[in-house]
Write a protein that binds this ligand. Structure first.
Ligand SMILES: Cc1cc2nc3c(=O)[nH]c(=O)nc-3n(C[C@H](O)[C@H](O)[C@H](O)COP(=O)(O)OP(=O)(O)OC[C@H]3O[C@@H](n4cnc5c(N)ncnc54)[C@H](O)[C@@H]3O)c2cc1C
Ligand SMILES: NC(=O)c1ccc[n+]([C@@H]2O[C@H](COP(=O)([O-])OP(=O)(O)OC[C@H]3O[C@@H](n4cnc5c(N)ncnc54)[C@H](O)[C@@H]3O)[C@@H](O)[C@H]2O)c1
Length: 483
């Protein structure tokens, strides 16, 4: 059958990328570097959730409080840092990172990289076709000669709480872009968004209450991570209520305050409520039906990020939308792999995976690092002890208090931190690591290298950490293991 788009060059690209967040930007950049052409379709702002309403603004809000706490943890410096944070300056600094949502810089970067940008909402319209509806309602069809890559990310899930759709509930968007510090903030959830947001706004002066359905924070992590963050947030003045769910919320139109009723019969009054109960894929209005897929679900993929439920090797999904490892750095890692696979197949080669090839995003399955900038920081990579046991590994764990390391005591008078290694005894290698305490987020990469490199512990013994650094915890862990 004749292809009506065959000669319409302006609307045909080798690769059509739907969504210009971290995943989409990197896929497009890498395919163009490989000699193919690419277009990015973006509905809101190039840079995605990460740049404007997630990672970047949240870390910009967290850093001043962390810097202040760090100075106050050293005698001699502590006495000089007595004033609270200056919210106006903190919010202004955040805005310098986000440009308040202005994506001119990132759009210019796409242009400079030779990537076309089409603004509008993209939907699949059958095999290798994407229809884009512009803000003015105009419709444009893009044809992909080789591949379509879905990088549409996620949107916040809302808990089923009566009235939650009528109070102007905060999601990550308001929590990272608000222009004023709420006097009283109630947070529903006990995961990373809940814990980081509580840290940030409490540091800026809010009175924060966490309503945590579970009996711990950061479930899914090693229990010590949640315990340390519970202690740290409590010390910061955050109220944490475990085993409690909100059942009803209502905003008073006169006072603008929100009343939150909980399932233990209590009532809280606050100024804002943040829902931080996880994310759902942005696939409801994506034309998935045109390629035989149900709307609204995740898009399972193989290690090259090819959507497994669709025949052929043209449809891919990268980043949060495939739910393999919903983090920016893993989205970008998958993007590099996916672009390499597309280039490999374009060259007529099969892109076989599983052997550490650049087109194989296999680290998603065993070495996902995560850095959480709470007080204290927590970071992890690889398997928890529980996950390793469930996977049938011969598990041995080693724990060490980081405060007992000379470098940690020099770093902060009140240093408090934990390190836990999960070792696969059969292979004699580290398969998981969790760290808590100051600089945990920077220290975790050492563990990532050990896990990905499958470095035997006897060999790791020869990687000598410098004295007097916090990294000496690695020596202590190996000694505790018996080396
Ligand atoms: C509060 C918060 C803090 C976070 N902090 C961190 C952190 O510190 N570190 C970290 O690694 N991760 C963090 N994350 C997770 C991180 O934000 C995501 O993993 C990351 O944004 C995923 O990138 P993505 O490109 O897959 O999706 P997104 O960043 O969500 O980008 C998707 C893009 O697709 C566009 N889009 C969607 N649908 C369409 C469509 N139909 N047509 C056209 N365009 C479309 C959207 O407008 C958006 O620009 C955080 C998340 C939250 C909520
Ligand atoms: N520093 C970082 O790496 C960072 C920071 C923020 C967010 N993120 C990413 O953003 C994503 C979303 O984070 P999140 O915290 O929203 O999700 P999450 O899955 O980490 O935590 C969700 C929390 O909400 C609770 N919950 C779920 N449903 C509930 C309900 N109906 N009522 C009450 N509580 C409920 C869960 O028990 C859990 O405590 C994650 O994938 C995370 O990796 C990463």
């Amino acid at each position: 059958m004749d292809d009506p788009y065959e000669n319409t060059h302006e609307d045909a690209y080798d690769v059509v990328v739907v969504g210009g967040g971290p995943a989409g930007e990197v896929v497009a950049d890498r395919v163009v570097r490989s000699g193919l052409t690419a277009v990015v379709v973006e509905a809101e702002a190039v840079g995605g959730e990460c740049s404007y309403r997630a990672c970047v603004p949240s870390k910009a809000l967290l850093r001043p409080g962390a810097a202040r706490a760090e100075a106050r943890s050293v005698d001699g410096a502590r006495q000089t840092v007595t004033a609270p944070l200056d919210p106006a300056r903190v919010l202004a600094r955040r805005d310098r990172f986000t440009g308040r949502g202005d994506d001119t810089g990132q759009a210019d970067w796409l242009d400079g990289a030779g990537i076309a940008l089409v603004r509008g909402h993209g939907r699949l319209a059958g095999e290798r076709r994407v229809e884009v509806t512009g803000a003015d309602g105009t419709l444009r069809t893009l044809r992909a000669r080789r591949a379509v890559v879905i990088c549409t990310g996620t949107e916040p899930a809302l808990p089923s709480v009566e009235g939650i759709d009528r109070i102007g509930v905060w999601t990550n968007r308001q929590a990272t872009t608000a222009d004023a510090v709420p006097e009283r903030l109630v947070v529903i959830g006990g995961g990373v968004v809940a814990c980081e947001t509580a840290t940030a706004w409490r540091s800026l002066g809010s009175s924060v209450t966490l309503l945590v359905r579970d009996q711990a924070l950061l479930t899914g992590w090693e229990p010590c991570a949640g315990e340390e963050v519970t202690r740290g947030l409590s010390d910061l003045g955050v109220t944490i209520r475990f085993g409690v769910s909100a059942v009803r919320v209502a905003r008073d139109e006169t006072t603008r305050t929100v009343t939150v009723e909980t399932d233990d019969g209590a009532t809280l009054v606050c100024d804002e409520v943040l829902a931080a109960v996880g994310r759902r894929p942005r696939t409801t209005d994506l034309g998935l039906g045109s390629v035989g897929l149900p709307a609204g679900g995740r898009l399972p993929v193989d290690d090259t990020c090819r959507v497994t439920a669709v025949d052929g090797d043209w449809l891919h999904a990268v980043g949060d939308v495939n739910h393999r490892a919903p983090l920016t750095h893993m989205a970008k890692y998958q993007a590099r792999a996916c672009a390499a696979a597309i280039a490999e197949r374009a060259a007529g080669r099969p892109a076989v995976t599983g052997g550490g090839q650049p087109w194989s995003a296999e680290a998603d399955r065993f070495a996902v690092p995560q850095a959480v900038f709470t007080r204290p920081e927590v970071a992890s990579v690889g398997l928890t002890e529980r996950a390793a046991r469930e996977a049938g590994l011969a598990v041995r764990t080693v724990e060490y208090r980081i405060d007992d390391v000379a470098g940690a005591a020099l770093h902060a008078d009140d240093y408090r931190g934990l390190a836990k290694l999960v070792v696969d005894e059969t292979r004699g290698v580290v398969v998981g690591c969790t760290l808590t305490g100051p600089m945990a987020t920077e220290l975790i990469h050492t563990a990532t290298v050990a896990i990905v490199g499958e470095v035997p512990l006897e060999r790791l013994w020869h990687a000598v950490p410098a004295f007097p650094t916090v990294s000496e915890v690695w020596l202590r862990l190996l000694e505790a293991y018996g080396l």
